[in-house]
Design a protein around this ligand. Structure first.
Ligand SMILES: Cc1cc2nc3c(=O)[nH]c(=O)nc-3n(C[C@H](O)[C@H](O)[C@H](O)COP(=O)(O)OP(=O)(O)OC[C@H]3O[C@@H](n4cnc5c(N)ncnc54)[C@H](O)[C@@H]3O)c2cc1C
Length: 464
């Protein structure tokens, strides 16, 4: 019997995994993960993502082994590696769950073409979004540019329930020694070299399926019911912290949705479902705009006079103060330090900190996007870029540019007892804490003037 290959990518799980189910149904499954840092346009992972991936792959390897399925690891351009592995295995089929980034789709199409030409059955599945990008369209057949009608249309569509595990042992026709050699995970060097800066990540997170499922369970049986009230409070455990588990596919959105439905509805569940809807909306944007991380969606913003750290010593110093949480603005510094220590930041604080960088410091949103890409354990090609564009005002359904968060007002409202700030910026309020690097009022006025001149030059079109 010819084995079937399952190509794992952003779906490091064995439950609700259509590609794995298909391979096991064939009789003999072999898993493969390719560390692809070589295909044209595929963005190399950030440092925190590499740390997560290492542990996520260990977890996947263990789960597959329990099912009797080997996991091969290979590095290189996937369009070259896949045919080699398929050939070495003498595989009869290859399966994978679809992904939606531009360069990734090109790689997948090349692999599919080559497999088919070699007489190997190639089949792909929907697994990481509730609604694939081409399934939610406006009456004119185009993509939605505004979230509310998008989510209304998406929510009217049927959604399947999550699928379970493949039968243990059914894929175990090949024993591990019969497989072609894989590479060692350690040799990939995904973990930081000494000194190990990832200690805080390890304290904050346990990458893998079991921890994700436990978080989902804990959240759905408690905080979910107050999510509508608590989700903006960084001082409370009011959100799910599921983002890295969704990013790496330890959990599928179908599993999350099933658990929400089982929790019985209510305002908390409804607001939470909407946030998961934003995840879908971001991915639909990336599918439509493959250059979302580098190009303003509203092209009139190309003329906006944002600065870059390389423009001069002052810009470099301001950027570095923001990155390291030394701006003298307490909520921004707390968020940036939380990010550096744990690889994650609360959503409200992400918005405030991003707004501060882009609007008060006048630094280009791409500088922030790249820092988050490198430091977040949930760094997500679509969610990161779309949210940075949203904050900057140049994205789809973006916050109006003139809505500039005042970080101090936000801190009073969402961290009223200063518990979050005290935790991450213990020296706040003492002489050891730096003076603000900018005047919030003056920098706000300058940002508004810049926008006014942009508008005078070219009036932004209304977004439909
Ligand atoms: C500038 C900026 C950059 C961001 N970069 C990322 C990123 O790289 N990866 C990432 O996963 N999220 C990103 N977000 C979105 C959001 O901040 C995180 O998803 C959220 O904080 C994760 O915490 P949680 O799982 O507890 O969220 P919850 O509040 O429990 O929400 C549940 C899930 O809904 C989705 N979600 C929540 N908020 C958003 C949102 N604003 N946009 C899209 N989906 C959302 C996430 O998958 C999240 O896990 C970014 C937000 C901003 C403002």
């Amino acid at each position: 019997m010819k084995p079937s290959l399952v190509w794992f990518r952003d779906d490091l799980r064995v439950q609700d995994h259509p590609a794995l189910l298909a391979a096991v149904a064939d009789g003999a499954a072999v898993g493969l993960f390719v560390l692809d840092e070589a295909s044209p346009g595929v963005r190399p992972l950030g440092a925190a993502s590499r740390w997560w991936l290492h542990h996520g792959l260990e977890d996947l390897g263990r789960s597959l082994a329990e099912l009797g399925i080997p996991l091969l690891l290979r590095r290189g351009p996937a369009a070259t590696v896949l045919p080699e592995v398929l050939d070495a295995l003498g595989a009869g089929a290859v399966y994978w769950n679809r992904r939606y980034g531009g360069p990734e789709r090109e790689v997948d199409a090349a692999v599919e073409r080559r497999a088919t030409a070699d007489g190997i059955h190639a089949e792909t599945f929907a697994a990481s979004l509730l609604h694939e990008p081409w399934t939610v369209r406006t009456g004119q057949g185009g993509p939605y540019r505004v979230f509310t009608p998008f989510w209304k249309a998406a929510s009217a569509r049927p959604v399947r329930s999550a699928w379970g595990l493949p039968d243990a042992g059914r894929g175990a026709v090949l024993s591990l020694p019969e497989c072609p050699d894989g590479e060692g995970l350690e040799a990939w060097g995904l973990l930081p070299p000494r000194p190990d800066w990832a200690g805080g990540l390890g304290e904050a997170w346990e990458p893998g399926v079991a921890a994700g499922e436990q978080l989902l369970e804990d959240f759905a049986s408690g905080p979910l019911h107050h999510y509508d009230e608590d989700r903006d409070r960084p001082d409370l455990d009011g959100t799910s912290r599921l983002s890295p588990y969704l990013r790496w596919g330890h959990l599928s959105p179908f599993q999350v949705r099933d658990r929400l439905l089982a929790a019985g509805g209510g305002a908390g569940a409804s607001v939470f479902a909407t946030q998961v809807g934003w995840r879908e909306f971001c991915w639909h944007q990336l599918h439509e705009h493959p250059h979302l991380a580098t190009t303003n969606l509203r092209r009139e913003f190309d003329a906006f006079p944002w600065s870059w750290p390389q423009d001069g010593a002052e810009e470099a110093a301001l950027t570095e103060a923001w990155r390291r949480g030394r701006t003298g603005i307490e909520l921004v510094d707390a968020g940036q330090r939380e990010l550096w220590a744990t690889g994650w930041m609360h959503n409200r604080v992400r918005m405030v900190s991003a707004s501060f960088l882009v609007k008060n410091l006048g630094i280009h949103w791409r500088v922030g996007e790249e820092w988050f890409w490198d430091t977040l354990v949930d760094a997500d090609a679509a969610l990161n870029a779309a949210n940075w564009q949203w904050v900057a005002g140049c994205g789809a359904d973006a916050a109006p540019f003139f809505r500039i968060f005042n970080p101090n007002t936000q801190a009073k409202k969402f961290d009223p007892e200063r518990r979050y700030i005290s935790r991450w910026v213990p020296e706040a309020g003492t002489p050891a804490y730096p003076e603000p690097v900018v005047d919030l009022g003056a920098s706000r006025r300058r940002a508004l003037e810049d926008l006014a001149s942009l508008r005078a030059e070219q009036r932004p079109p209304a977004v439909s």
